[in-house]
Design a protein around this ligand. Structure first.
Ligand code: URA
Length: 235
């Protein structure tokens, strides 16, 4: 690949800035200064740019604890996105794997690995997604049964069987807490499922997706790279 692409993929700057800097002699490849932005390099080349060694990773994987108030998109002209929360040197082709609503918190994988994203999101693969949910309303054993049988929503959408585990109910606050595991990811799915049994979701947080669980050390807005173990079990 071209030297300027190698550097821009790794977040060192825009292609036009990089071209200028390379022409000025700010980059070297395998110990030799290279002034041609189109010079051919490979992921294993030792590239130094402005004094720093820039390693090449084809793919990057971050676990983000999405805060409420940001949208699940790569970029947006008006609103902060989940990819804006990944700071520092970063590649330009990162995207979130799936969407959480603006007011939903919790686990979101950010990567540039389209094949992995496709596998995790494909309706064929039925990847488990676990959410913690707080609803206005009192959940009961009959809701657990209905969810387990596969709800049919008021608009006719047939949901796959989902596991509902009630954590607590409070008659005084008219609220319940629960964990729900779904195996599909239709638009506003969890909110629509609870709404169909008369409960309004007031807080929603994704706890896991397939084998990947949200690191409890991450506060909303924080992220970290996946560990090699997390990545290999996801794959
Ligand atoms: N289901 C929803 O309703 N919202 C989300 O953000 C995720 C799942």
């Amino acid at each position: 690949m071209r030297l300027d692409k190698f550097l821009s993929d790794m977040g060192a700057g825009t292609r036009s800035e990089l071209k200028k800097d390379i022409r000025k002699g700010n980059a070297s490849v395998d110990g030799v200064t290279v002034k041609d932005p189109g010079f051919s390099v490979s992921p294993s080349s030792r590239v130094i740019y402005k004094g720093s060694v820039i390693g090449y990773d084809e793919f990057e994987y971050y676990m983000l604890n999405k805060p409420a108030g940001v949208i699940s998109a790569s970029e947006d002209d008006r609103e902060p996105t989940v990819v804006d929360l990944i700071t520092g040197l970063k590649r330009k082709d990162l995207f979130p794997v799936g969407r959480l609503d603006r007011d939903t918190e919790g686990l979101l994988l950010i990567t540039n690995d389209g094949a992995l994203a496709h596998r995790l999101l494909s309706p064929k693969h039925h990847v488990d997604k676990v959410y913690y949910v707080k609803v206005s309303g009192i959940l009961t054993g009959s809701d657990v049964e209905l969810f387990g049988e596969g709800l049919v929503l008021t608009d006719g959408l047939e949901c796959l069987p989902a596991d509902l585990r009630i954590i607590s109910t409070s008659d005084e606050d008219y609220e319940s807490e629960a964990e729900i595991t779904i195996r599909e990811g239709k638009f506003h799915q969890v909110k629509r499922m609870f709404s169909s049994v008369g409960a309004e979701v007031i807080y929603l947080k994704r706890l896991s997706m397939g084998s990947l669980s949200l690191d409890p050390a991450l506060v909303p807005g924080e992220y970290r790279p996946l560990t090699p173990e997390e990545l290999s079990s996801l794959k």
